[in-house]
Design a protein around this ligand. Structure first.
Ligand code: AVJ
Length: 323
């Protein structure tokens, strides 16, 4: 890594392994069974997600990217931040739009990408060090629901949480997250939040159930992860993908449906689980918001909404909140 790049590691492989074991034991013994979406993203899962973002049905990524492209200059001016923190930065692809806009306003000194994947973070930082030689890089390997208090504090910060990933949290988890984030920010520091909006079901559901079956593979990938990491014996192909809109909770839900009765052993957990034929296991929620729902959540958690940007089809919004 370049001389002015730092990397803090708050999440080791051992921590991740303990969290996986605990999540899987809890989820597979719950009624109904659930698995948290964070375990989709091994190397294959991350590659499948990248493929999803290019599918014709999956509008969120390209909608947010286009919205960000037309709004970044206003965002950079409204922000004036010295430090850009990005939660769940992944490949940092949308980051360049922000970095370039801040390059035009001239306030930014430092970029702090945070991700659970150390390898993804190192790759992204190596590329950025070459592209933005004057930018200080301070990576953080961590979990955005756990390690907010350990984010670097240098410079006045804008924390970007893009992609609609906040939608993976339930209402209670979302409020806890926003309150915790507000708690670690100084007055005047900011949050730039990307959120998917509620649109017609005929648009939302296919985005999570594409014709090419990539999302189905992505969904089933979590079973490959369990087979490999926990020596489980899921017959992965015996689970079907299902996506549905839950209007009451205002979220898209992804499930894996057992196509026949099965007994699954998870050797590393010394756990045996029964699936009935047709049994459904929840693997992800993706909450979609009404425009005032985002502002309301931010304000209830101690942020003041400075400005909101929405795409022409009202599918996605970016909200700048000030602590
Ligand atoms: C990465 C959480 C924003 O919820 O749209 C894509 C993940 N799941 N297709 C989303 C996802 C199925 C995605 N997020």
């Amino acid at each position: 890594m370049s001389p002015h790049a730092l990397l803090d590691i708050h999440l080791t492989e051992g921590d991740a392994d303990r969290a996986l074991r605990s999540d899987v034991r809890t989820g597979l013994t719950a009624e109904p069974k659930t698995l948290p979406p964070k375990w989709f993203y091994d190397a294959r899962g991350s590659a499948l997600f990248e493929e999803i973002t290019a599918l014709p049905e999956y509008y969120p990524t390209r909608t947010e990217a286009a919205l960000l492209a037309r709004s970044v200059d206003e965002i950079a001016v409204a922000s004036g931040a010295e430090t850009l923190v990005e939660l769940g930065s992944g490949s940092s692809s949308k980051t360049r739009l922000l970095l370039d806009a801040f390059g035009r306003t001239g306030t930014l000194r430092r970029y702090v990408p945070q991700d659970v994947s150390e390898s993804a973070l190192r790759l992204a930082m190596d590329a950025l060090a070459v592209e933005y030689p004057d930018l200080e890089l301070h990576g953080v390997v961590g979990d955005f629901t756990m390690h907010l208090d350990r984010l670097p504090r240098e410079g006045r910060r804008m924390v970007a949480f893009l992609g609609g990933t906040i939608g993976n949290l339930t209402r209670d988890e979302r409020y806890a997250f926003l309150r915790q984030l507000r708690g670690v920010l100084e007055p005047g520091e900011q949050l730039l939040l990307g959120t998917g909006l509620v649109v017609d079901e005929s648009v939302m559901v296919p985005a999570y159930d594409d014709a090419a079956g990539v999302t189905a593979e992505f969904n089933r990938n979590v079973l490959h992860v369990l087979n490999r990491e926990l020596r489980a014996d899921f017959d992965v192909e015996a689970f079907a993908h299902r996506a549905l809109w839950d209007a009451e909770n205002s979220w898209i839900e992804m499930r894996l449906v057992a196509q026949r009765a099965m007994t699954v052993h998870v050797a590393e957990l010394d756990l045996t689980v029964e699936f009935a034929a047709g049994e459904e296991m929840r693997t992800e929620i993706s909450t979609k918001f009404r425009p005032d729902g985002v502002a309301e959540a931010l304000e209830e958690c101690g942020f003041r909404v400075a400005q909101t940007w929405t795409d022409p089809d009202d599918r996605f919004s970016l909200t700048l909140g000030t602590a």
